[in-house]
Design a protein around this ligand. Sequence first.
Ligand code: HEM
Length: 415
Amino acid sequence: MSLTVEEAGRTLADPDAYADEDRLHAAMALLRRERPVSWVEAPGYNPFWAITKHADVMEIERNHEVFLNAPRPLLTTAEWDEINRTRAEQGIALRTLVHMDDPDHRVVRAIGADWFRPKAMRGLEPRIKELARRYVDRMAILGDSCDFVRQVAVHYPLYVILSLLGLPESDFDRMLKLTQELFGGTDTDMRRGETAEETLEVLTDFFAYFQELTKARRARPTDDLASAIANAKVDGEPLNDYDTTSYYVIIATAGHDTTSSTISGGLRALIDNPDQLRRLRDEPELMPLAVDEMIRWVSPVKEFMRTATRDYELRDVKIRAGESVLLSYPSANRDEEVFDDPFRFDVGRDPNRHLAFGFGVHYCLGAALARIETRAFFEELLPRLESIELDGTPESTATTFVSGLKRLPIRYSLR
Ligand code: HEM
């Protein structure tokens, strides 16, 4: 039985669909074709407009004075929307860059922006390459098979980002677990507990950890990113505890799940497309293009949302003040009007105007870092790889936010 447009819209709010790429992409393709700006009423969620075309995602992000991130920056259930609203009113909500709008957003973003400039990131390249080598060595130590996600991919970007923040290595495992609990919130394998209250404990744990860190870096500043955040001043005043902690949280969380999903999904795409793997090995100069193709292909961030401050017309549809729009990055990145043969994984794709890092004032702060990490890993792996194949069925995380593979069993031989 074929899918209706209404069902396709509801698919975008179904966490399980994100663990089933074929189902998800069939729904997105239908929406792009039939109703690119589509009103979605899904059980358990407040309604929203699903935005599935590349041009429309850009138009909304460009109009950041009309479409604000607050109060609903990402898709959560109606129950969570309410919890977040109440906590925001009480001043105890997570308030990261993605929860903010100008003028606060501009000021707070500037605190971390210097750290993440491409030039500063290039200075980190030798260290990142060294870490990439360490994780490819780990694959060699593991023998001829492993679960690439759990044993390699989740650790490497985590190590990079937490080192940058200045956290001790002994805390990395704890941070990994908390991140998975926070981002894998609807996946039964990942989440902590059953209720919203139990999931809130994850946030409380994050706060407790980072408040200690702030105290330590204020007492004794070092040259790490955590010190820059802890000691930043806005209008002569330090950030309050929630804003400081929120800054760490966005960096510690956004900084690794996304990149590890890209690396795992990129490796799987190379396994599924042996001609592309061969091409990349024969033409290593394609690596920067291949990295962006992996990012487009995986689109690990599935959505962010905006809320209209005034009525706005998009493709003859009137979005009313107060209504929210869901920006579907994976859909924009398969838009037939922008990408030639969008369902082909092409390591030489050029141009590749993907929106996986978003667009405009909220454009991903860590884009340069994510590209360097992904490139460093494959530049280390490919010359050493003699053979690689799947060794079981890969599985993806069931969540509407940041998702990707949670298991990638592989068999390989390394030089
Ligand atoms: C924001 C994607 C890696 C930090 C974003 C946004 C997207 C995104 C879609 C929202 C953009 C928008 O609203 O227009 C990705 C992808 C990554 C990645 C696909 C990996 C392939 C990283 C890394 C960091 C990072 C490594 C490192 C710290 C951030 C931060 C924001 C952000 C701080 C908020 C920016 C703002 O609201 O001003 N990212 N990200 N991301 N990302 Fe990334």
